[in-house]
Design a protein around this ligand. Structure first.
Ligand SMILES: NC(=O)c1ccc[n+]([C@@H]2O[C@H](COP(=O)([O-])OP(=O)(O)OC[C@H]3O[C@@H](n4cnc5c(N)ncnc54)[C@H](O)[C@@H]3O)[C@@H](O)[C@H]2O)c1
Length: 332
């Protein structure tokens, strides 16, 4: 019988790509999502169970129906600006909701857990390359909520034998090259789709938040990873758990990036090159909660999991995003 994996947030950007990768690897992904930022049309590779992570009875019901062997937990609120304005929404929507999910997971006897964490847990470290051992000093409630969930997973490992793989992603970009799923956030806050909106006139111009950072061209620097490479790492992480590579009660953290930093202006230049069109831009002020430079060391994922982020060139990420963008996103 096909083994099932419960995918929270499977109707969202990364979760939908993960469902495709899981299906391709021979698992059945069961999406659990409340559609607060996700899309029903993105659920294409397995059953859909609509529900909120705060609804413990619904979670228990879904675990009982599907009997998953593992959980991949993508569902979250993830907008830094909103987290600065409304921290309570993030402590409730991410931390309380994840606590509910972890307790439901353990009550169902499931011990394998893969978690989406983020480089936003690090805060500013003066441009050093960030790896699994870098101290986490988040600048906003989004990063703080994700760090708290990491801590929770470790505590439930010690108390109940939960085994977890924690991925700290850098900036995720690109789309499924087959065009079945892609990035479609409303409102959009991610740089590449915002650039592409400006290219094709869906927005008047791209606003660059901060042009006086201590970087060569004054704009923030980020490390970008292709969503298909990212979800490949999740399948490898799942197998790592299922093959007993993580001890009972243990957890393992992996950074997922490429080690290459791109400034906002460098990403814009690549978009101009790929689309062969101008990118209308205006300079804006810095946003609170943004670190100057976030670049990852991903040697651990490569050496321990055998990860190969082959699609994560800026050219490929922009080209795949542009193809998806031109097809127009999801209807609902
Ligand atoms: N996109 C990035 O660059 C990036 C970078 C680092 C980490 N992450 C993390 O990756 C994960 C996925 O990000 P994404 O960009 O795909 O976001 P997304 O908003 O596209 O997807 C999140 C999904 O979770 C669902 N959801 C949210 N709260 C829920 C709840 N309480 N109950 C049920 N469903 C709920 C939403 O409806 C949505 O489908 C998040 O945990 C995010 O923090 C993303």
């Amino acid at each position: 019988m096909t083994q099932k994996v419960l995918v929270t947030g499977g109707a969202g950007y990364i979760g939908a790509h993960a469902c495709k990768a899981l299906r391709g690897a021979g698992f059945e992904p069961v999406t659990y999502d409340n559609l607060c930022t996700g899309w029903r049309d993105a659920v294409k590779f397995g059953p859909f169970e609509q529900g909120d992570l705060m609804d413990r009875a619904r979670l228990d019901e879904v675990f009982a129906i599907h009997k998953p062997i593992a959980v991949m937990h993508f569902a979250a609120l993830s907008q830094v600006g909103e987290a600065m304005r409304e921290p309570g929404k993030y402590w409730r929507g991410n931390v309380s909701a994840s606590l509910n999910l972890i307790e439901a997971t353990l009550a169902a006897g499931v011990k394998n857990f893969v978690f989406s964490s983020t480089c936003a847990t690090y805060g500013d470290h003066d441009g050093v390359v960030l790896d699994e051992n870098t101290p986490q000093t988040p600048l906003n409630a989004y990063g703080a909520s994700k760090r708290a969930i990491e801590d929770m997973l470790k505590d439930f490992g010690a108390s109940d034998g939960l085994k977890s793989v924690i991925f700290r992603y850098f900036n995720v970009a690109g789309a499924d090259p087959d065009g079945e799923v892609g990035e479609f956030h409303q409102p959009e806050t991610h740089l590449i789709p915002l650039i592409l909106d400006a290219v094709d006139g869906k927005r008047a111009a791209l606003t660059i938040y901060g042009t006086d950072y201590p970087t060569p061209d004054g704009t923030c620097i980020r490390d970008y990873v292709h969503v298909m490479d990212l979800v490949d790492a999740h399948v490898l992480g799942l197998r790592h758990l299922l093959n007993g590579k993580v001890a009972d009660g243990g957890h393992e953290v992996f950074c997922l990036g490429t080690g290459n930093g791109f400034s906002v202006r460098e990403v814009v230049a690549e978009a101009r090159h790929v689309t062969n069109r101008p990118v209308p831009m205006v300079d804006g002020p810095r946003r609170g909660g943004d670190a100057v430079k976030l670049v990852s060391g991903s040697e651990k994922a490569i050496s321990v999991l055998g990860w190969n982020p082959a699609r994560s060139t800026m050219q490929q990420m922009v080209a795949d995003a542009w193809r998806w963008h031109q097809n127009g996103g999801y209807a609902r």
